[in-house]
Write a protein that binds this ligand. Sequence first.
Ligand code: NIG
Ligand code: FE
Length: 409
Amino acid sequence: MKGAGILENTAVAVARGRIAAIGTARHLLPAFADAEIIDCRGGVLTPGLVDSHTHAVFGKPRFEEQELRAAGRGYMEIEAQGGGIHSSVRDLRARTENELFDLALTRLRALASYGTTTIEIKSGYGLSLDDELKMLRVIGRLAASSPMRIVATWLGAHEIPHEYRSSDDRRKEFHRLLIDDLLPLVKEQGIARFADVFCEPGVFTVEESRAILEASRQAGLGLKIHADELEPAGGAELAASLNAASADHLAAISERGIRALAASDTVATLLPGTMLFLGKPKLAPARALIDAGAAVALATDFNPGTSPTVNFPLILTLGVSQLRMSVAEAIIAATVNGAAALGLAGETGQIAPGFSADLALFQISDARELPYWYGARLCVGTWKAGAPCHPYENLAKLNPRSPEISTAG
Ligand code: NIG
Ligand code: FE
């Protein structure tokens, strides 16, 4: 993760949605004489950002919980009293598929406008047979009609819904529903690529998580885990032992967990926006993970409860300023490694011949400005497979930038 391979004065040729060649404009132009030319001078072109962990399909926002936490109430405490995920579940169950689709589409456009071209979206606010399938159908419709690349994850094990919390037997029934009833339908309908579990004390234990994930693997799904978010419960070790595609959160990962991930192919996906928004001082040990040899990805965790941001570059800021990653490490974490966390390492996340032409253009003159102007929207265009995701704004018209913003280059 040391070098991001930054090149200057370089042109990228795109043909049939793929990156065909990289070189100087002088060399490429004669070979692509009919090409439409997009002038990126005065900007930085990166692989389209790969946001490998979101809950982007939801109904209402949950701003009331932010103030409750400010007044001292904990995330799990609000959850236990029927708020948190439960509140999003009640809301989502009451909405139609069309409503959820429209809400999500607007949010996807906002995500794309900050540089994201690939996004993973989880279910997990349905938590009943019909509502989980409804949510996955919405994600499928988004994948078919939004210009972004979308990967669906089944997160039936996001919480134990209220109607199954009255006794241990009822709790077991929910497990049975997930594994015996819902999972076969998810498989049959081909509506998810990954399965995920919220493995956390008070939610799903390591053993429960293992059972759900092993059954999911049997059903042909890749595996992801919400692991060691608030307490070190062994989620990272579980992810490594199952050879999961990713272990996500990890703010409370143990030394053993770090060693287990470093020795595995499981990507450690860090979500520093969540800790910032929850007001938690705990930070995922990005340095220890990278130095031990783990592949680290960054993602937004975009969701109404713990990370309501569509600004992926802001997460890069937190990666550098809070998690002490270098800019190269943060950029790789948001592109190459995000793609690996979605099983797309050979398809997207790199500007290299043969890769899909998933690109983002930023109005900056040095890549280090991307995490630097924190909170700003610097993206002036994104493309997926060569087609616009977020409309391109002509850089030549936008530049030169006002001197108050930057005096560089
Ligand atoms: O990744 N931790 C569990 N799931 C989400 C939050 C979901 C919610 O609060 O609605 C997360 O932070
Ligand atoms: Fe999450």
